[in-house]
Design a protein around this ligand. Structure first.
Ligand code: IPM
Ligand code: MN
Length: 357
């Protein structure tokens, strides 16, 4: 029997609630599909800071590196906003990405038919949305140096550096090409090359690499236009390839096309070594502990983990079908509730999904 070792980082806020659902679902899938899954839980985020004084303890990072895949819920809380930057949960997340060299962040945005009416946009605009944001994850302005505060000026001043070298752009472009080749073979590279040198290098490098694959059709878009086009006509996109900061912003925007950011999974990958699979949403401290969170984005992340991280394609399909069945029965968590749906708690919708597996 195949045996997998998973590190589960349940983190902060609603993290523990949605992780409970994911654990149960993974156990059931492993029984039904004949594989063994060992789930090792580790401290990460604000909770790790509270217990160990750092949001990404070495022990947690080591365990992640030793696993077949990492499943992460979410981190963060406003109560940590006053901490030194390196002690905040978000810095822990950046440290994990960088420690595992997770340069490629994949965020699929697909409309589930039963949720067409949940979008804030008109049905006709969103019904054909099926796109993937491929975001560079360990470079750009998030990690660029120098960065910091300048204190010897008359008024306070701070700065960051947005930089890429061509090798960083090449490797993320290769990932986008691989993904596009399994889909409609269209890549839209998003940058701000009308203003930024780093974006000009991005554009030139992407063109250079993609032109080697004759199957790929490449277009380029400035990021401001891309934001507009994602709302105006999101169905035009297949694969959106972009840098760390632009990808962060555009993926939240794209998430809302589906009706709720509570529906969006993501995978952060390296060319070898374990990936991290996590929902796009945050820790929602305002609803934490109330058992009303939507566990589906984390379940869809678990499904990406099964498919991409563990090669358990059938189990992944089983899970996605179970989720669709529950949604098509009109069962919803509060974030997706419309007049006609039955509103369930986080654990209840988890149990309904379990029943369909
Ligand atoms: C995301 C998040 C993170 C990011 C934060 C929490 C550091 O917004 O995964 O999109 O900016 O990358
Ligand atoms: Mn984000």
């Amino acid at each position: 029997m195949k045996k997998y070792k998973i590190t589960l980082l349940s983190g902060d806020g609603i993290g523990p609630e949605i992780s409970e659902v994911s654990k149960k679902v993974l156990k059931k899938l492993s029984k039904n599909h004949n594989f063994d899954i060992e789930i090792i839980e580790k401290l990460f985020g604000g909770i790790a800071y509270e217990k160990c004084g750092t949001p990404a303890p070495e022990e947690t990072l080591d365990q992640c590196k030793k696993s077949d895949a990492v499943l992460l819920a979410c981190v963060g809380d406003i109560k940590y906003d006053s901490l030194a930057r390196e002690l905040r949960p978000e810095s822990g997340l950046l440290k994990l990405r960088s420690a595992l060299n997770l340069f490629a962040n994949i965020r699929p945005v697909k409309i589930r038919k039963s949720l067409l009416d949940a979008s804030t946009l008109k049905k006709e605009i969103v019904e054909n949305v099926d796109l993937i944001v491929v975001r560079e994850l360990i470079g750009g302005i998030y990690f660029g140096k120098p960065r910091g505060h300048i204190t010897n000026t008359k008024i306070p001043k701070a700065f960051n550096t947005m930089s890429y070298d061509s090798a960083e752009i090449e490797r993320i472009t290769e990932i986008a090409i691989k993904i596009a080749n399994q889909r409609n073979k269209k890549i839209c590279s998003v940058d701000k090359s009308n203003v930024l040198e780093v974006s000009q290098l991005w554009r030139d490098t992407v063109l250079n690499i993609t032109s080697k694959d004759k199957n790929i059709s490449l277009s380029n878009m400035y990021v401001d236009n891309a934001a507009m086009q994602l709302v105006r006509d999101p169905g035009q996109f297949d694969v959106i390839l972009t840098s760390n900061l632009f990808g962060d912003i555009l993926s939240d925007l794209a998430a809302m096309l589906t009706g709720s950011i509570g529906m969006l999974p993501s995978a952060s990958l390296n060319n070898n070594g374990p990936g991290v699979f996590e929902p796009v949403h945050g820790s929602a401290p305002d609803i934490a502990g109330k058992n009303i969170a939507n566990p589906i984005a984390m379940l869809l992340s678990a499904s990406m983990m099964l498919k991409i991280g563990l090669n358990e394609e059938e189990a992944a399909e089983n899970l996605e079908t179970a989720i669709d069945k529950v949604l098509s029965k009109g069962l919803r968590t509060a974030d997706l509730a419309d007049g006609s749906s039955e509103v369930l708690s986080c654990s209840e919708i988890g149990d309904k999904i379990m029943d369909e597996i």
